[in-house]
Design a protein around this ligand. Structure first.
Ligand SMILES: [Fe+2]
Length: 521
């Protein structure tokens, strides 16, 4: 037994394997460090980071012991040293377990974040691991054939990395077709994406002229993003056809630069000329489950002319890819660039290092605004986060109390003197976590004769009469049992709003209607 344990934990082979596992564990656990906050909440502040630093030291220690073992140094056979080796090996396994637990507990919805953080840390990790290998282990290898194979492989990888840093290695292409967002500022933002950085433009004809509008800022084309946002006046796009295009930007310099291939899409036809009857698709809380949400939309079995995306596309916005994969691709799959999309920010779009860029990407000045679909007025509100600004999950990066106060002040300034049929979109049905602000908002809804509040956030499909405003809580993921998704269709007509909610298995979850408020006919 003693011999077996000796072999399992302290032989050269075991030490090599545990050193590699520990190094891999470091990279993996660091890639899911968004889970630190939950561990720290249970233990103490910076507990996870302290464990990470300890793991760095223990990995270095394992590596040093491996070197001594290769050199047959008897130091590694001392009892206290063996105890330290065992603790180091245990720490390596714990890091890998931590990685697996973090990924499993949120059903893989944060996998894209983990991948992004892993990719970011990879160059430093590779430099450390391969640097240590070539400095200390490689010279000790005795087998010439293995040395030659490692040398050839290393030179090949270096040559490829050098080439890829100078020239593009993949064909330039679109990663998402266009999504037409109502930007709340009287215009449309046509947003699409490509697999590399480039400029973006939209081509269309208007008033007998061919027009090309670029994604630009004060005359300077934006060439440093894979997301391209072109803003057009609404009347230029209404009932019109358009194409989107992009030119790859390889290098942008203070003098000169290099551009690559220009690509252009097929033609899209856009329609926002609604009659009295409009079907509006509403989807909330898809949390990276695009396909499941799309299945629920198909199960509704009805056509629609506009889309309300009520927020919570992913756990957070950590990179442009999150915006591309979970907002743009999703919006494009639902609309094919042919109808307006009204975006309501969810609390999870307020998180992550890319969250600050979301408004720019969607061509919006504010996430709260009023707009219209045909004869119907829509008030879009931004409920932001659902906990106090000081909550550790926000890492000291939010100031939503002031923002919500400003939003409610703006809401109070709105008028509805002509009694236009009005609906409110807000990710959270509370509107504000501050009770006083929330009651001011609902008071205003009553005075403006708001007929329906459409919200999400709760992952249930529900309909109630909070504060005397009929409220639809649009389902989202797991809203009708684990693994389900519920989407909603709102049929606006002069008589009222018929609401149909269906899950991804085709089961009707809710079907009823509400009347317009304050309308005499
Ligand atoms: Fe939410």
């Amino acid at each position: 037994m003693k011999e077996k344990l000796e072999k399992l934990f302290f032989s050269m082979k075991s030490l090599s394997i545990f050193t590699v596992l520990s190094a891999v564990g470091l990279l993996l656990s660091y890639s899911v460090r968004y889970g630190y906050v939950y561990v720290d909440n249970v233990l103490f502040n910076y507990a996870s980071f302290a464990f990470f630093i300890f793991s760095v030291i223990s990995t270095l220690f394992l590596f040093a012991m491996l070197l001594l073992k290769i050199k047959s140094n008897p130091f590694t056979m001392k009892r206290p040293v063996k105890a330290c080796i065992f603790i180091g090996e245990l720490a390596g396994i714990l890091m890998i377990l931590y990685f697996a637990i973090v990924l499993i507990t949120d059903s893989g919805t944060s996998a894209s974040t983990a991948f992004y953080l892993c990719k970011k840390a990879l160059p430093v990790w590779c430099a450390a691991v391969f640097g240590a290998f070539f400095l200390f282990i490689f010279p000790l290898l005795k087998n010439i054939k293995i040395k030659k194979i490692i040398s050839v492989l290393s030179v090949s990888v270096l040559a490829f990395v050098t080439y890829a840093s100078l020239f593009p290695v993949s064909r330039y292409s679109f990663t998402s077709g266009p999504v037409v967002f109502d930007n709340g500022n009287g215009g449309y933002s046509i947003v699409f994406s490509t697999n590399d950085k480039g400029t973006g433009f939209v081509d269309y004809s208007y008033g007998g002229k061919n027009i090309r509008i670029y994604d630009e800022n004060n005359g300077r084309k934006n060439g440093q993003s894979t997301i391209h946002t072109v803003i057009l006046p609404k009347d230029h796009l209404s009932g019109n056809t358009y194409r989107v295009g992009s030119t790859r930007v390889i290098d942008e310099l203070s003098y000169g630069g290099r551009t690559g291939k220009t690509i252009e899409s097929a033609e899209y036809t856009f329609n926002d000329s609604f009659g009295d009857n409009i079907n509006i698709l509403s989807v909330s809380d898809w949390h990276t489950f695009n396909k499941k949400a799309e299945t629920a939309v198909k199960e509704l079995g009805e056509s629609y002319q506009a889309v309300a995306l009520l927020g919570d596309c992913a756990p957070g916005l950590m990179s442009e890819k999150d915006i591309v994969n979970y907002i743009l691709k999703f919006g494009y799959d639902l609309t094919n660039g042919s109808m307006p999309v009204i975006y309501t920010r969810g609390n999870h779009e307020t998180r992550g290092r890319e969250a600050i860029k979301l408004a720019d990407c969607l061509g919006m000045d504010n996430f709260y605004f009023t707009t219209a679909l045909g004869n119907y007025k829509i008030i879009v509100l931004d409920s932001c986060e659902d906990k106090e600004d000081s909550h550790p999950e926000y890492g000291g990066m939010v100031d939503y109390k002031q923002y919500r106060t400003k939003m409610v002040k703006w809401l109070e300034s709105l008028q509805n003197e002509d009694n236009t049929k009005t609906v409110v979109f807000s990710h959270s049905k509370e509107i504000c976590i501050e009770e006083d602000l929330s009651s001011l908002a609902f008071h205003k809804f009553n005075s403006m004769n708001v007929s329906l509040l459409v919200s999400g956030h709760e992952h249930i499909c529900d309909f109630d009469n909070c504060s005397n405003i009929p409220t639809l809580v649009d389902g989202g993921i797991n809203s009708n049992g684990k693994g389900t998704f519920t989407a909603s269709l709102m049929k606006f007509s002069p008589k009222g709003i018929e609401i149909l909610c269906t899950d991804n298995s085709g089961k009707t979850v809710f079907n009823d209607s509400v009347e317009w408020q304050g309308v005499s006919d």
